[in-house]
Design a protein around this ligand. Structure first.
Ligand code: GLN
Length: 354
């Protein structure tokens, strides 16, 4: 009798241990990914990068858009958002800067939501131009004329594809879409818009040239105006990282849980980012960093680590191609230290054997 009672107690104790202790521990162990670095490790590497490049003197603010020339060139912020919605940020993380060309990624995504990827590929293309982002020569020379959705001509053409009855409706649709990708309401920086709208004769010329080749699909100047607005959307570096994390997370916003971009469109978007995300600096970027990324002349760059998250950096001084100097250095440093380069077998945990 006594023996039976002891046996029963042992069974109950075993049940408690397996249910309340061992099972949660096992699931915790499963959560530790073999390829995603631990938070403390990421924090340490980001801090190193921040300190190392904070006073880097390279580059110069964009000045062809008057507003951008007077932005404080010392501003510097870094943010990481993961696919499980962890955030890590450092420096000037509240400052809203203009998204500029990074917007092109999300208008490409919206056009694909509406028309499907094949149509967007057919109407805009996906080839590098090997020229500056605002090149007129590329439009005249390239068989597609549009090049890809990330040079100005291709981006203006992409905007023209998005359906709407009026320019205002199209603009609101774009802003709403970007906000859903960011998981927060984004707004226009009116001063940036006015400054750029008053000086963007080059983009208007590109739109007329596209019309000559039948590669713009709505009114050319109206398309330029909506494009100028989308470039003037304000984001802080954390919001930008979260927009990237939505791409890293198969198009599902990690904060709101909304499936904003169809999962099947994400690889197409990332292909454009690796091929043209840093314009005529894209080949060097792929060589050194190996991550799909997009830059803007406002000083932001966001890089995507598929399945894991995104890193965004904001620092206004740019190189000759129009890419933030500090942002490139920080992302290269972090990607290298944490084995993020997608072309490296180490990015999926395969270590070199001695
Ligand atoms: N709005 C800018 C332009 O049209 C965007 C360019 C950029 O960020 N590279 O020139």
């Amino acid at each position: 009798m006594l023996r039976q009672r002891v046996q029963a107690k042992v069974l109950v104790a075993m049940f408690i241990v397996t249910t309340f202790v061992a099972a949660p521990l096992a699931s915790l162990a499963q959560k530790v990914s073999p390829v995603a670095p631990a938070r403390a490790q990421v924090e340490a590497v980001v801090k190193e990068a921040y300190d190392k490049f904070k006073n880097d003197p390279g580059g110069k603010n964009a000045d062809y858009i008057p507003y951008l020339a007077q932005v404080d060139s010392k501003l510097f912020g870094i943010a990481i958002v993961t696919t499980d919605n962890q955030e890590l940020s450092m420096g000037d993380i509240k400052y809203a800067f203009s998204i500029q060309s990074i917007s092109k990624v999300f208008s490409q995504a919206l056009a694909m939501e509406e028309l499907g990827p094949d149509k967007v590929l057919d109407k805009v293309g996906n080839e590098p131009t090997g020229r500056a982002f605002n090149s007129v020569f590329a439009v005249a020379d390239m068989p597609t004329h549009t090049g890809n959705p990330y040079v100005n001509a291709g981006a203006i053409s992409t905007v023209s594809l998005i359906s709407a009855k009026t320019a205002d409706e199209k603009w609101n649709k774009i802003l709403d879409f970007y906000s859903r990708v960011a998981g927060e309401k984004l707004t226009l920086i009116d001063e940036v818009y006015k400054s750029e709208a008053a000086t963007n004769t080059g983009n208007k010329a590109l739109s007329m040239l596209l019309a000559k080749y039948d590669r713009i699909y709505a009114d050319p100047f109206e398309s330029v105006d909506v494009y100028t607005k989308q470039c003037s959307v304000g984001v802080n570096v954390v919001q930008l990282a979260r927009m990237g994390a939505t791409l890293a997370n198969n198009g599902k916003n990690p904060k709101t849980g909304e499936q904003v971009i169809k999962p099947e469109n994400v690889p197409h978007i990332l292909s454009t980012m690796i091929m043209a995300g840093l314009y005529d600096g894209s080949g060097g970027w792929a060589w050194h960093v190996g991550l799909p990324a997009k830059s803007g002349v406002g000083g932001g760059i966001v890089a995507i680590v598929p399945g894991k998250g995104a890193i965004a950096v904001f620092a206004p001084p740019l190189d000759e191609a129009g890419n933030s100097v500090k942002a490139q250095k920080v992302i290269q440093y972090v990607a290298n230290r944490l084995d993020f380069n997608l072309f490296s077998p180490r990015s999926v945990g395969l270590k070199a054997t001695e």
